[in-house]
Design a protein around this ligand. Structure first.
Ligand code: FES
Ligand code: FES
Length: 156
């Protein structure tokens, strides 16, 4: 097994971890750093359940090698709440009934976070496009879009 020591910032905290060069970022986040909010769905870059932000960009962590994150900034769903309090974005998902089984929710929230942080004025079309890499098996798309619109109103 070939390993490499990498340093990344995860939700604002510096983390040094020795990874197998073939390991995905998803495996490292869930298995080593215990960030179980990052979900494993398809494992082949199709469903978006594993979406995290890498230097602000939403990425499918199941098909992104952990070694590529050396020196990068990672954000996961665990970075949304502060002191046990949901972020305005998370709250909007709750308020708009956008969480059914919840499996897809962390991925959707991270994609939405990237949209909100872009600072652009977002249309409904921009939201749909920004969330197009995320799938919801419970087909709650309408409420998810409404939740993001509410988060925009709330300046989340
Ligand atoms: S688990 Fe990564 S895209 Fe489905
Ligand atoms: S809420 Fe169940 S997969 Fe989306």
């Amino acid at each position: 097994m070939m390993t490499k020591k990498i340093t990344m910032r995860v939700n604002g905290r510096e983390v040094v971890v020795e990874v197998d060069i073939r390991e995905s970022l998803l495996e490292v986040l869930r298995g080593r750093l215990n960030l179980k909010g990052v979900k494993k769905g398809c494992s082949v870059g199709e469903c978006g359940a594993c979406t995290v932000l890498i230097n602000g960009e939403p990425i499918d962590s199941c098909i992104y090698l952990a070694v590529w994150t050396d020196g990068k900034e990672i954000r996961t769903i665990e970075g949304e709440e502060t002191g046990g309090k949901l972020s305005k974005l998370q709250q909007a998902f709750v308020d708009e009934g956008a969480v059914q089984c919840g499996f897809c929710t962390p991925g959707f929230i991270m994609s939405a976070r990237a949209l909100l942080d872009s600072g652009k004025k977002l249309t409904r079309q921009d939201i749909i496009k920004g969330l197009s890499g995320n799938m919801c098996r419970c087909t709650g798309y309408q409420n998810i879009i409404k939740a993001v619109e509410k988060a925009i109103e709330d300046k989340a």
